[in-house]
Ligand binder design. Structure first.
Ligand code: AMP
Length: 281
């Protein structure tokens, strides 16, 4: 496994692979890797000749009062995990290499980025899309892998790839969960023991909502109310949003039709967690 910190060397690695007609799979991450990240890397290894995983805590996607400074970092542990699953290259650029002092160009998605998570994190998706486009331009993969856990992010990235004709195949893989259903997340490390017990309320709420829909309930108000009730039962949890939305446009619906995505964000103590489930026909 080669560890690359320069943009030029990363591009040279991909040039070399492409010159030999080898396919490149790419998994962008912010590190503090868990089984969710590793599931993406494993799938990339099985579908491509070369797999590149990036580790870069992207300052652009954090708001001014968010957790950039204390976001978990564990480069040593991450490298050990990645080398055990046959990753070919880890791209870990320095902040200054990605954003020079005159950096000023961003990818802005007019509508999608202002919905759901965008309401409480208005600059988040601008930061995500900008760094993902930069990384895709540097790594030039044939396939890029993302987790369904960040549902709005997958919709935004697919839309960007389509809108800007980015020559990459976007692959979205299922959410990997803890035994009790909590979606794995680097931010779960912030939770105290009692918060960790409460944190599963989001998944329980989404499952309760999806059960209602499966049994025929079509009023989004009723389904959201049910989900809200489950979250409100957990003492340290507070709803940011819960919604039943169209899986592609992310628009909320009053009358649910299938397929539908049930999406939510909750604060557990000071930690903001997101999750989603989809209900198909
Ligand atoms: P992050 O490091 O949080 O930016 O996540 C990097 C990638 O891993 C994103 O595509 C996430 O959607 C994905 N990911 C994070 N958590 C999970 C999970 N529990 N299951 C599957 N994919 C995940």
């Amino acid at each position: 496994m080669t560890i690359i910190d320069s943009i030029e060397r990363m591009s040279a690695f991909s040039d070399e692979a492409r010159a030999k007609s080898l396919s490149i799979g790419f998994v962008p991450t912010m590190g503090a890797l868990h089984e969710g990240h590793l599931s993406l890397a494993r799938r990339s290894c099985s579908e491509n000749d070369r797999t590149v995983v990036s580790i870069f805590v992207n300052p652009l996607q954090f708001g001014p009062r968010e957790d950039l400074d204390r976001y978990p970092r564990d480069m040593e542990g991450d490298l050990a995990k990645l080398s055990s699953i046959r990753t070919d290259a880890v791209f870990a650029p320095a902040m200054e290499a990605m954003y020079n002092e005159r950096f000023e160009t961003h990818v802005i998605q007019e509508n999608l980025s202002m919905m759901l998570c965008g309401v409480s994190r208005p600059t988040h998706f601008r930061g995500v899309l900008t760094v993902v486009l930069k990384l895709l331009n540097i790594v030039r993969p044939h396939r890029a892998y993302f987790g369904q856990k960040d549902y709005q992010q997958t919709v935004a990235i697919r839309r960007m790839a389509r809108d800007l004709n980015i020559p990459v195949n976007i692959v979205v893989l299922p959410t990997v969960r803890e035994r009790d259903g909590l979606a794995m997340s680097s931010r779960n490390r912030y939770l105290s023991d009692s918060e960790r017990r409460d944190a599963v309320c989001l998944y329980r709420a989404l499952t309760a909502g999806s059960e209602l829909v499966r049994r025929g309930e079509r009023s989004a108000r009723v389904v959201v109310q049910k989900m809200r009730g489950v979250v409100e039962n957990a003492p340290s949890a507070r709803v940011d949003y819960l919604a039943a939305v169209d899986p592609d446009s992310l628009e909320s619906r009053e009358e649910i039709s299938l397929p539908v995505a049930l999406v939510g964000a909750v604060y557990v103590g000071a930690t903001r967690l997101i999750d989603n489930v989809t209900v198909e026909e």
